[in-house]
Design a protein around this ligand. Structure first.
Ligand SMILES: C[S@@+](CC[C@H](N)C(=O)[O-])C[C@H]1O[C@@H](n2cnc3c(N)ncnc32)[C@H](O)[C@@H]1O
Length: 297
């Protein structure tokens, strides 16, 4: 598991903006090419209709395209758009609407598709079916032009990291990372660049007093904010929920714009920030993971 909470200090609460409403109505109020980073998890198709509005799978891509165009408009040329969304299973197979959405974001909206990251979030207890237990969600990375990345902030500890030539790799049993020769970033002894599988188990990391059915783990979002937004930049979450993106942005001294349809959740975002205490976050960083042989006989 990865965490990055130790250095968290007080935040400037005046950098928070909560804009209640439908993001399709609110986004046009945001200046073009002004946002450094958009991180969001929209309502998934056909899911949680009891908690907030749910869009039909067959209508999802058409619903998202105007929104995607607005997100591209507000993004800086160096900006990134990180979209967390996973398709549900129904009638014995996994829906493909998310892949249709990814293609539409490129072809109909004009985003560049940078990569797909795996957020390892740990499996929830579920009825077993004809597939393996589901323990991850994708985070799709789009950009407008060439996106900003801070390699230094995305470096993690690896006990034996750099070889002297290409092709040489080492494995770190503690972090699970493979180090090796990197020529795209400045080498830092004992560290390696984060891989595109992100280990942030939800079960351990989303527990707090703010009740929302789909909270991001703070640690995941903070890591992405630090990596893809310059300190002091602008971070936007158009489906802000309980305000986890807001908190991560503020701890990186960024201005945080949050759009949320539900008045209850919009209020929760303000409450989360008002009640923030850096000591609580530091304690979370002390959670440790044990290494075990999962296939032991
Ligand atoms: C998946 S949740 C986001 C949770 C968030 N990532 C967090 O960490 O708490 C999606 C949120 O989008 C909100 N929402 C749904 N439709 C919306 C819309 N059209 N505009 C703005 N917010 C919307 C829902 O009320 C819900 O809180």
């Amino acid at each position: 598991m990865l965490h990055c909470n130790r250095e968290i200090k007080e935040i400037d609460k005046s950098l928070l903006e909560v804009r209640p409403g439908n993001c399709l109505d609110v986004l046009p109020q945001i200046e073009s090419s002004s946002v450094d980073l958009i991180i969001t998890s929209p309502p998934y198709a056909e899911q949680r209709a009891d908690k907030y509005n749910s869009i039909k799978e067959s209508e999802y891509v058409d619903w998202f395209i105007p929104l995607g165009k607005e997100l591209l408009r507000v993004l800086k040329p160096t900006g990134s758009f990180l979209l967390n969304i996973k398709a549900h299973c129904g009638k014995g197979e996994r829906s493909l609407y998310v892949y249709e959405l990814v293609i539409a974001l490129k072809k109909a909206c004009g985003f560049k598709f940078i990569d797909e990251y795996v957020w390892y979030k740990s499996a929830l207890p579920r009825k077993w079916s004809h597939r393996l237990r589901d323990c991850w969600e994708p985070i799709f990375h789009f950009s407008k032009d060439k996106n900003y990345i801070n390699h230094h902030e995305l470096m993690i500890i690896s006990e034996s990291t750099f070889g002297s030539k290409r092709g040489y790799a080492t494995f770190n049993a503690i972090t699970g990372n493979v180090g090796g020769y990197h020529d795209i970033c400045k080498q830092e002894p004992g560290k390696t660049l984060l891989e595109n599988i992100l280990y942030f188990p939800t079960a351990l990391l989303v527990k707090d007093q703010y009740a929302h059915p789909a909270k991001f783990p703070f640690e995941l979002i903070r890591c992405l904010v630090k990596g893809f937004c310059p300190k002091g930049g602008i971070v936007l979450d158009p489906f802000a929920g309980s305000g986890m993106t807001a908190l991560a942005a503020l701890t990186w001294e960024c201005r945080s714009i949050n759009i949320e349809l539900s008045p209850k959740f919009a209020k929760m975002i303000r409450q989360r920030i008002d009640e923030f205490n850096p000591m609580t976050m530091r304690k979370r960083a002390e959670v440790q993971e044990e290494t075990i042989d999962l296939f032991q006989e």
